[in-house]
Ligand binder design. Structure first.
Ligand code: FES
Length: 571
């Protein structure tokens, strides 16, 4: 098998000439023949001025390169798309599959024997792991790491759970315009990803739990020396994997490693987004997520991690408390300890070596968990025939069983236009419904599921209401919020026919979400909808057209249908 510079020669009909030409051009960069004979380790560069979360990528690349060269390899850095969460219109999720395609194709098109993937802001690690699984070249992932915490008036705070909490206080008139401006300079006080257990932190934990990254890589702060050591170690490992050719991503992603990741997801109070991403990542390696199993795990696995939004600490505290290996040690009896990732070590051996930090209150013991059940529950019912998800660890206990009147918003635009209307007929006991905000509906399934409390209710002190939608929600958000309803409204899911004033029942203990209209009436409304679906202007060209045509539902990971692994394809 060819390796190094000889891999994937450009096609000129003469292999010798192709290699000669490739060498002639690369020598323009000053490489020696010795360097060009080494195994090549690709390194993704996702630095962008639009992505402050990836602000340390240049430093991490330097550390990765050092590790690669210490192990005798030749590092070659190449750019891919970078997606900064708050700079992506209409939503970063819309671009995740584009980044996955870009990364996969650049891994396959350029000569490399293994690859180090550096990413972290919400959609980047999922996109990159989807790409790695499809390219199936040995890959080590280096998460960029979380920001350090901020401080305001003696309070520790951070992005972006506190962004939402403090903005809600501003909306309620408790924080004035000048103070909220000051706060905006304190919520994200360093480069790195959001330092609560939002999507970025959750995906870094999933990455480590799956075995794609080295131990302690999920939580070390972006600016900490440990983060650079993680990068150096990863470079060294990738150089070794370039020679051995193993493990390949398709060997790392297995039913056992995916189940381990689901257990961790429940125990860390992880982001709801993660179940969509995990579904997509696993599917690229031919592993199907069983949502019923995920829900069962949610009943058995308690939340152990005392991090916002479910608890009170931040990622740097998690790192100093022993990180993911220490948390996984608490779950020893339910994890598959025989899984092996990029380090080549058994998971059991990794967690046995975890640091034991005395007197910390970040990682709770199994006997005294933060909450008895896991982070998420999967709901079904006539409003969610396929599934819906709720992050129960960040919801209000009093609303876990609730019946209320539906107040329906037909789109994100409709929500924006009317939610603060003083004449909106709404009380704190109502159920706010947002539809047409799913993968096809919005498009891109924006994080609009955290519907704001109507301003007039916020001013009366209402802090939480039941909110349901086919949208997603930021992992940093909190509230009694049902998300990812499938089928989505835009393709005629029952959410499409809810009317103002209908009664909706949420029963999280029973895992039910029901529209309380009789079966015949619901069937009649659905028939009417199918006969004359509301007109939506179709996308005319480009990526928008591709997205609209090919995107799958949230229960299938929102991947493009043509990117799924061919079921007949050997692993
Ligand atoms: Fe990048 Fe939160 S905005 S991780």
């Amino acid at each position: 098998m060819t390796s190094g510079l000889r891999k994937g020669l450009t096609s000129y009909g003469d292999a010798g000439f192709s290699l000669f030409l490739r060498k002639a051009f690369i020598k323009a960069m000053g490489y020696s023949d010795d360097a060009l004979e080494r195994p090549i380790i690709g390194v993704t560069d996702t630095f962008s001025d639009y992505n402050p979360c990836h602000g340390n990528v240049p430093d991490l690349i330097e550390s990765v390169k050092r590790g690669v060269m210490l192990a005798g390899g030749l590092p070659m850095v190449f750019p891919t798309i970078s997606i900064g969460e708050s700079f992506a219109h209409p939503t970063s999720m819309y671009l995740r599959n584009l980044m996955a395609m870009d990364t996969e194709e650049m891994i396959l098109a350029q000569p490399m024997d293994s690859v180090v993937i550096i990413g972290g802001c919400d959609k980047t690690l999922p996109a990159q792991i989807m790409a790695a699984a499809s390219a199936d070249l040995p890959a080590v992932v280096v998460p960029v790491g979380p920001m350090v915490v901020g401080h305001h008036k003696g309070e520790v705070l951070g992005a972006c759970t506190d962004c939402r909490r403090l903005w809600a206080q501003h909306r309620a008139g408790k924080i004035d315009a000048a103070e909220i401006e000051t706060i905006s300079g304190r919520l994200a006080p360093s480069i790195g990803t959001c330092m609560v257990m939002g999507t970025a932190s959750t995906m870094a934990c999933m990455t480590e739990a799956l075995g794609f990254s080295v131990p302690m890589s999920a939580a070390a702060p972006a600016t900490h020396a440990d983060r650079r050591r993680v990068a150096e170690t990863s470079g060294r490992l990738a150089a070794q994997m370039a020679v051995s050719g193993a493990p390949r991503p398709s060997e790392i992603v297995s039913p056992a490693s995916v189940r381990n990741a689901m257990i961790v997801l429940q125990a860390i109070g992880g982001s709801t987004n993660a179940i969509i991403h995990l579904t997509a990542m696993a599917a690229r390696a031919g592993v199907t997520i069983d949502l019923a199993d995920f829900d069962r795990l949610g009943r058995e696995i308690p939340v152990l991690l005392n991090l916002k939004p479910s608890g009170r600490h931040y990622m740097e505290h998690f790192h100093h408390a022993g990180g993911l290996p220490a948390l996984m040690r608490e779950l020893r009896d339910v994890l598959d300890l025989e899984t092996v990732g990029v380090t080549g070590r058994r998971l059991g051996d990794i967690i046995d070596a975890a640091e034991d930090v005395p007197d910390q209150d970040v990682i709770f013991r199994r006997a005294r968990p933060l909450s008895k059940e896991g982070a998420m529950a999967v709901l079904h019912g006539n409003l969610a025939p396929n599934s819906a998800v709720i992050k129960q660890s960040a919801a209000s206990a009093r609303l876990m069983k609730h019946v209320g009147r539906a107040i329906v918003f037909n789109s994100v635009e409709d929500l924006t236009a009317r939610i603060d209307d003083p004449d909106l007929d709404v009380t704190g006991d109502d159920v706010l419904v947002l539809r047409n905000a799913g993968p096809k509906g919005a498009p891109g399934m924006p994080e609009a599921g955290y519907l704001p409390i109507p301003q007039k209710l916020a001013r009366q002190g209402v802090k939480d209401m039941v909110r349901i939608s086919d949208a997603r929600m930021s992992g940093t958000a909190f509230g009694t919020i049902v998300l990812h309803i499938t089928p989505e409204a835009a393709i005629g899911g029952p959410l499409a026919v809810v009317r103002d004033g209908d009664r909706i029942s949420l029963d999280v203990p029973a895992r039910r979400l029901e529209l309380l209209v009789d079966e015949a009436e619901l069937a009649r409304r659905l028939r009417e909808w199918q006969a004359a679906p509301p007109h939506r202007a179709p996308a005319k060209r480009g990526y928008a057209k591709l997205f609209e045509t090919a995107v799958l539902g949230a229960d299938q990971g929102c991947d493009f249908d043509f990117l799924l692994r061919d079921p007949g394809e050997a692993k």
